[in-house]
Design a protein around this ligand. Structure first.
Ligand code: PLP
Length: 377
């Protein structure tokens, strides 16, 4: 088999072996439905409660504030639509132009139904400034939804200050923390967050499972009607195996956050130092406050998609900032919003390093990049 260097950890991460092993019994022997009253359902019910408590502890929440979902997309949809529909008197939502499509398209959906949405523009390093929120928010604002960390350029937002402004106008604050949970410290109480979206496959858990944190007392509409699961807010038989796997993965990452960050930052430093000394012209996007390991690089006058495919031929996985279809190049909404210019955007790649990457892999990525960028592409 060809050697694989996986450097696209912002797209998804490798499932931790320990999380996988924790999942197995819930798919084989302990397959009971947690909602049934007989003793065979006692263990799944207990596992569900333990997972909820363990996940809550990782973000300093209470267990009853964690609602299991199918992942980041569902959590974002629920937070945006569930809060808009819960208060017809306060209709407005404020978000940013650099959110993930799960937020942006949920906002477009409520706009069609008559709920106004305002989109804050970032600075050129991808930051949403509190003063921009201050100048846009009114007493009619129901929800402010600003992502914790951007998935394309890694910029981390001033969440505490943004929360404070939202609350001073009586609005709720939601954050899409899909790229942040398990990678940087997230303390919902300290930051004052009302709702937070997370997804297990971004922190070495299984795919198709996530959660929405909803602070006690926050009034949102249920996501799915049906049975009484998730306290009637999100009906459907619980996916115990995945929930247990998610709890194991997030605990492992949160317990080792400093150690993992130290490792990933050392890899990042190595990559940037080698790239700088190679003499290849590049610009790094995302400003100074960024997610460790998420490196967005623009190579002006180069073609990011061609770089991606050439790296792929060498067994290296990265992402781009622009995708070419047969007629035109589609530049990502994030790169457009930070105004890096068409040529830089077309020449952008995202390398996202994780705890499983090694120095040898970083060296191999740089060697491959150098060879590719010295070709005519
Ligand atoms: N929000 C952000 C910031 C993301 O990066 C992603 C996934 O790429 C999502 C939401 C969607 O999460 P999921 O894949 O779990 O639906």
């Amino acid at each position: 088999m060809k050697r694989l260097i996986y450097a696209d950890n912002a797209a998804t991460t490798k499932l931790d072996k320990e999380a996988f092993e924790a999942m197995l019994p819930w798919m084989t022997e302990e397959y009971g439905n947690a909602s049934q009253p007989y003793s065979f359902s006692r263990e799944p019910k207990k596992a569900l409660a333990e997972a909820r408590a363990s996940i809550a502890a990782c973000i300093n929440a209470e267990p009853e504030e964690i609602f299991f979902t199918s992942g980041g997309t569902e959590s974002d949809n629920w937070a945006i639509k569930g809060s808009a529909f819960s208060d017809p008197t306060h209709k407005a939502t404020i978000t940013s132009s650099i959110e993930h499509h799960a937020v942006l398209r949920s906002c477009a959906a409520i706009e069609k139904l008559g709920y106004p949405v305002a989109y804050l523009q970032p600075t050129t390093d991808g930051t949403i400034l509190p003063e921009n929120l201050e100048s846009c928010i009114t007493d009619n604002t129901r929800l402010v939804s600003i992502m914790f960390a951007n998935n394309e350029i890694g910029s981390i937002q001033p969440i505490k200050e943004l929360c404070k402004i939202a609350h001073s106008y009586g609005a709720l604050f939601h954050t899409d923390a899909v790229q942040a949970v398990g990678h940087v410290i997230v303390d919902v109480k300290d930051l004052g967050i009302d709702m937070l979206s997370a997804s297990a496959h971004k922190f070495n858990g299984p795919k198709g499972i996530g959660f929405l944190f909803v602070r006690k007392g926050v009034d949102i509409q249920p996501y799915a009607d049906g049975g009484a699961q998730e306290r009637g807010m999100r009906a459907g038989t619980e996916n115990i195996a995945s929930i247990v796997g998610m709890a194991a993965a997030v605990k492992r990452n949160c317990d080792a956050i400093d150690q993992n960050n130290k490792h990933v930052l050392a890899l990042e430093e190595q990559l940037i130092n080698k790239l700088s000394s190679s003499g290849i012209p590049y610009v790094q996007n995302g400003g100074r406050s960024r997610l460790p390991g998420l490196i967005s690089l623009s190579f002006p006058d180069k073609d990011g998609e061609a770089i991606l495919h050439r790296l792929d031929l060498k067994g290296i996985c990265v992402s781009t900032g622009a995708a070419c279809n047969s007629k035109e190049t589609e530049i990502s909404h994030v790169l457009r919003a930070i105004e890096i210019g068409e040529s830089a955007a077309v020449g952008t790649i995202r390398i996202s390093l994780g705890k499983q990457n090694t120095i040898a892999e970083v060296d191999a990525i740089i060697t491959a990049l150098q060879a590719i960028l010295n070709e005519k592409i």
